[in-house]
Design a protein around this ligand. Structure first.
Ligand code: ZN
Length: 260
């Protein structure tokens, strides 16, 4: 310590630039020590939490957490993303922790956030789903021309991707592919839709496995535990070659060939 101080004093007299660098380094290290006491700082490109969250917490950071754990609420079609950390959020956080090998205490602290950071990309897509596979269908790309604004479409797609991420994990971390996500009104009509369905809100994803694994029925079955409002699969008209899931606030599950 003494030697380091002596050396930096020597360099300061020799080079103002070096002295500045040394000062900045010292400043940086003291900042590092200060932040260690609080929740560890994490520079995430999408969203960073600044405090631990648990039952009774409220705020925008709770809402951001809820978006990411919504798929772990259990066998229920609806999960409120309302910024209020209640019993349902505790259940979702606990199941999320259990699914990823963390201590299942229902409290979102550094370990839980670290896992979420690992699962989200800087562009706010999830680790295993990309914007390029959920954006405008019919070759259009983008998020405009739907039933709601492009901003709302993108937010809905983000929420759907997080539930798909949970679905993928629940299926044993098996890759899933999105064959259709957001569709503009005209695109939806062009592919035989009504032009006003949940795909035009960015709320729906059509999913398939790779080389038939997981099967459409396995996807539809597991989707019952990942907070999807609508689940349509084999046996439902027009759904013998994919599983449709969406985040509508309802429970409408139909895949008669799968016993759903
Ligand atoms: Zn669909």
């Amino acid at each position: 310590m003494k030697r380091a101080q002596t050396r930096s004093r020597t360099t300061r007299s020799r080079s103002p630039f070096r002295a500045l660098v040394a000062t900045l380094a010292m400043l940086a290290s003291s900042l590092f020590v200060v932040t260690l006491g609080a929740t560890p700082a994490h520079a995430d490109g999408c969203y960073t939490w600044g405090r631990s969250l648990s039952s009774g917490s409220t705020g925008a950071d709770v809402q951001q957490l809820q978006i990411r754990v919504a798929g772990w609420h259990g066998s229920s079609a609806t999960f409120a993303i309302d910024g209020s950390f209640g019993p349902a959020t505790t259940t979702a956080v606990t199941n999320f922790q259990r699914a990823y090998g963390l201590t299942p205490d229902g409290i979102a602290g550094p370990a839980t956030f670290a896992k979420i950071y690992a699962l989200q990309d800087d562009d706010c897509s999830t680790a295993h789903f990309d914007w390029s596979e959920v954006d405008g269908g019919c070759g259009a790309g983008g998020y405009s021309g739907g039933t709601v604004s492009a901003t709302t479409v993108k937010e809905n797609l983000k929420r759907a991707m997080w539930r798909a991420e949970a679905l993928r994990q629940r299926l044993g971390n098996k890759p899933l592919r999105v064959t259709s996500g957001f569709r503009s009104v005209s695109c939806d009509k062009a592919v035989g839709g009504s032009g006003s369905g949940y795909h035009t809100y960015g709320m729906a994803l059509d999913l398939v496995g790779f080389s038939g694994s997981p099967s459409f029925c396995q996807i539809a079955s597991a989707a019952r535990y990942t907070s999807f409002g609508t689940i349509l699969g084999p046996g439902y008209p027009g759904h013998n070659d994919h599983a449709h899931v969406d985040i509508a606030n309802r429970k409408f599950w139909s895949a008669s060939s799968c016993g759903i």
